[in-house]
Every structure is written in structure tokens, then in C-alpha cells.
Design a binder for this molecule. Structure first.
Ligand code: HMG
Length: 437
């Protein structure tokens, strides 16, 4: 085992996000469906939700996040020895999304490749696994890449519809002492329980959810994991500089903070007034909520979108500060862990791509949103397109590196997107040119 592995200095060395180009505002949704916009804006804490163009799926979003990371952080794809994609938007029962990404990013063949799935918990499982892989010395000095990618989709008109979203976050984990963040899973504050709060049978395009019960399950898992973390010597929520949660909608951050304060009162007798909690929310929770408010739920990627939001938004975020992180996956498994900020803001400035991605987007109207959904569903039928056809081509996202065209002879067909041209030479070098099947 080398020295770094012995000391346990395993870091998230790089993080980048992909934000879909199209968004539906909650005001437009409220106007079209005759609902009160205040319910969405204040009741759920949402402003806009990302909507995938039919040519964008969990594969193209993951590839775009990975592409941004490799380019902006100057990571050599040959240094990656393990690629894990965390998703609940899988496209095949057997073939993992990770193997498409492996080709699209031009990663070396000498690499472990697989997907992980446990609802929104998958990315935290993948991150913990990557940290352990490097700490064990098994990585042989190579890095792990973890990409969380998902499309949160509920039935039109359902209570879940305003909590939809889509996107991806890519991270590289390595031995770097100059890393952005040092995650610490050592308190083992994990809680697993078989519940039917949210699920998606293999034959359904949208998730099924027992909404209010799912919020109860989430808060119960938070109380169990935070209590475990505190009883094993962890700092109180007041001592942690920031608090990031899995954000299916931002308002749940307030409910989560209140739950932590209740648990804290039982454990240490420290009682917080509502006024105090409002101040704590603004200081510790709010800086991580931009992604969820502007993009919506991104299932596996949500917690890491919160991390990206915090890093991009918080001018005062400084090396050595500790972040409390709560990951919840329906079904269910949850973990409360911490991460220490490892470097100065200048290290990540301009490389994450979240706020830039949010500001470049195009707002769509309600009819276009329904059209996107209709065409996405159609692309799941075999031979549903003619070669050369791009569904809704006039609305193509200009920043897409890859486009999904549909199935041909039972194989998914991907071709280069409009943004691919700018990095064509790297694609040719890595042999990742079309079509990718
Ligand atoms: P609902 O029935 O639409 O909403 O369901 P509601 O009637 O409970 O209202 C929501 C809030 O808005 C309430 O506030 C209302 O008072 C308020 P609260 O009492 O909760 O603080 N409200 C208003 N506020 C201002 N002005 C108004 C107004 N009207 C109402 N006019 C629910 C909400 C979240 C259940 C629904 O959207 C849903 O089912 N979402 C999907 C499931 C979900 O997000 N669950 C979260 C926990 S489980 C989880 O996070 C895992 C998950 O990500 C999946 C995975 O792990 O893969 C989902």
C-alpha cells in the first residue's frame, strides 16, 4: 500500500455538471394547469425544471458531464481505472450506461466499468466504493470516475410532476492531496429499510410514488442516520459549516433541518427556536439549493448538484470547512456523512459549469414540453426513425455532444451532437466517432 492510501487522503479531485438546455418554468406549468404558482414557488420551493429533449437521455447527459470534466479539469482519460455510472434511468437490463460512456469519453480498455442502482442513493454508494477502492491500494494509482445521471419523470397532471428534472454530475476521485473535497464515510451512519414509497416497474416510463409517505420515509431515515452519526462522535448540525441534502424539491431542506434540530434536542438537550433555525437555514442550507430550485429533482445526481451549487455559489467556502451531507434513495437506503473542503475556491472556479449551464438555457412552453414527452416515448419503439431524421430537430440543444436517435435493429443509436464539432479532433483520436451502438 502506498503512503497516500495509508494516510487515507482520498479526494474528489474534480466535479462538473451537465444542465439540460431546455427548462419549463413552474409559472408556465401553473398557468397551463390552473394551479396556484405559490404552491410550486413557496410550497415546494421550485422555480424551473429541466426537461430533456427527446435526443437526450441518461447516456448523453452522463457523457456531456464527463466531457466537461475531462476538458475543464484537464484529466487524462487514460488515468481512469474505474468508471461507475449511478442511475435509476437505465436504458437496458443487461448493458450498462457506463460502457457507452467509456467509449464516448475515450477511456482506456484497462478499466472496470459498471452501473449501480439504488434509486437516488446510487451515487453515494458509488462514491463510497470509489474512496474505498483507492484507500485499499487496489487502484494502482489510477482514478475512479463516478457519474450520476437521471431523468425524474412523473405522469402528466400528477402531484409529482412539478418535482421533475434531469441532469448529470461527474466526479473524479483520486489520491490527490490538492483535491476539492475529502469525503468521510467512516461513521457508517447508514439506514436501510424496505418501503414502497417510490418505485418504477421495468415496463413503466414514469415513476410511481406514494408522495406524502415518501417524505415521511425520507425524514425517518434522516433522523436515524443523523442520530447514529452524532452517537458515534460526529459534530452537531450547528458545528458543521454547511448542510447538503438530497433535494427532490428545495422545501424539503427546511423540513430536514427541523428534523435534525429535533434529534439534536433529544441527544444533547440543545433546543433551537424557529427564528434561530431560519438563520441556520439561510447560512448552511440555502447555498446548496440553486440546482434543485432551477433544475428540479435529478434523483442520483441531486445531492451532488447541491454540492456543485454550494461550491459555485459560496464565496466564503474555505479549505478545512466541513459539510454535512444526507443521501436518501427511496426503497430505501440512506447515509449521513461529511466532507471536508480541501482547496481554495480558485481551484474550481469556472470548471463546474452549473451556473453557466443554468443561465444559458431556453425556456419552453407547455405544448413543447408535452411534445418532448411524446417523442421521447416514441423513441422506445424499435426502428421508429429513418436514418438522417432527428426528432424535433429545430429544437436541438446546441450544447449537446451526443444525440440519441432511437432504436434501430434493437440497438440504441447515438450520433455526434452540435457541440461535438468543437472537440472533434479528440473524438477522432479516441475512436469515439459515430455511430455508437
Ligand atoms: P402535493 O400533494 O402536491 O402537495 O405533494 P401538498 O398539498 O402537500 O403541498 C405541498 C406543500 O405546498 C405543502 O407544504 C403545502 O402546505 C404547500 P408543507 O405542509 O409540506 O410544508 N402549499 C402551498 N404553499 C403556498 N401557497 C399555496 C400552497 N398550496 C400548497 N397556494 C409531494 C407534494 C412532494 C408529495 C409531491 O410533489 C410528490 O409526490 N413528489 C414526488 C415524491 C417526492 O419528491 N418525495 C420526496 C421524498 S422521497 C425522495 O426524495 C426520493 C426520490 O427522489 C426518489 C428516489 O430516491 O429515487 C423522490
Amino acid at each position: 500500500m502506498n503512503d497516500i492510501a495509508k494516510e487515507g487522503l482520498v479526494a474528489v479531485e474534480a466535479i462538473s455538471a451537465h444542465v439540460p438546455f431546455h427548462a419549463l418554468s413552474h409559472q408556465v406549468l401553473a398557468d397551463a394547469t390552473g394551479q396556484d404558482p405559490d404552491k410550486f414557488h413557496r410550497g415546494l420551493g421550485c422555480s424551473r425544471m429541466a426537461i430533456c429533449h427527446p435526443t437526450q437521455d441518461a447516456v448523453t447527459m452522463a457523457a456531456d458531464a464527463g466531457e466537461t470534466l475531462l476538458e475543464r479539469w484537464k484529466v487524462d482519460p487514460d488515468d481512469i481505472g474505474m468508471l461507475i455510472v449511478a442511475t435509476e434511468s437505465g436504458v437496458d437490463w443487461a448493458k450498462p450506461i457506463a460502457i457507452y460512456i467509456h467509449q464516448m469519453l475515450g477511456i482506456s480498455p484497462n478499466c472496470r466499468i459498471f452501473d449501480v442502482q439504488h434509486a437516488c442513493f446510487g451515487a453515494s454508494a458509488a462514491l463510497a466504493m470509489s474512496v474505498g477502492w483507492i484507500r485499499s491500494g487496489m487502484s494502482g494509482g489510477k482514478k475512479a470516475m463516478v457519474i450520476a445521471t437521471d431523468i425524474a419523470r412523473y405522469e402528466v397532471g400528477s402531484a409529482g410532476e412539478p418535482t421533475q428534472g434531469a441532469g448529470a454530475v461527474a466526479m473524479v476521485v483520486g489520491e490527490g492531496s490538492g483535491g476539492v473535497l475529502f469525503p468521510d464515510f467512516s461513521s457508517q451512519a447508514i439506514y436501510a429499510r424496505n418501503v414502497m414509497d417510490f418505485w418504477r416497474p421495468g415496463f413503466c416510463n414514469s415513476a410511481l410514488v406514494n408522495g406524502k409517505y415518501s417524505v415521511e420515509c425520507y425524514l425517518k431515515a434522516l433522523s436515524e442516520t443523523y442520530a447514529h452519526y452524532r452517537r458515534s462522535g460526529g459534530e452537531s448540525y450547528r458545528q458543521l459549516k454547511y448542510l447538503l441534502f438530497h433535494f427532490p424539491f428545495t422545501r424539503i431542506g427546511w423540513k430536514a433541518l427541523v428534523m435534525m434540530a429535533d434529534v439534536e434536542a433529544q441527544i444533547s438537550g440543545d433546543v433551537a427556536s424557529e427564528e434561530e433555525l431560519l438563520g441556520i437555514y439561510d447560512e448552511k442550507v440555502k447555498p446548496g439549493t440553486t440546482g434543485a430550485r432551477e433544475i428540479g429533482n435529478v434523483y442520483c445526481a441531486s445531492l451532488y448538484l447541491a454540492l456543485a451549487s454550494l461550491l459555485e455559489a459560496e464565496k466564503d467556502c474555505a479549505a478545512g470547512e466541513k459539510i454535512g451531507m444526507f443521501s436518501y434513495g427511496s426503497g430505501s437506503c440512506a447515509e449521513f456523512f461529511t466532507a471536508m473542503v480541501g482547496s481554495r475556491r480558485e481551484i474550481w472556479e469556472g470548471k463546474i459549469g452549473l451556473l453557466g449551464g443554468i443561465s444559458r438555457r431556453e425556456n419552453i412552453d407547455y405544448e413543447t414540453y408535452l411534445d418532448f414527452r411524446k417523442h421521447s416515448a416514441r423513441l422506445y419503439q424499435d426502428n421508429s426513425f429513418r436514418i438522417g431524421d432527428v426528432p424535433l430537430g429545430n429544437k436541438l440543444p446546441p450544447d449537446a455532444h451526443h444525440l440519441f436517435l432511437g432504436y434501430r435493429n434493437m440497438k440504441r443509436i447515438y450520433i455526434p451532437g452540435p457541440a461535438m464539432r468543437v472537440c472533434l479532433s479528440r473524438k477522432i483520436r479516441t475512436g469515439a466517432l459515430p455511430p455508437v451502438e
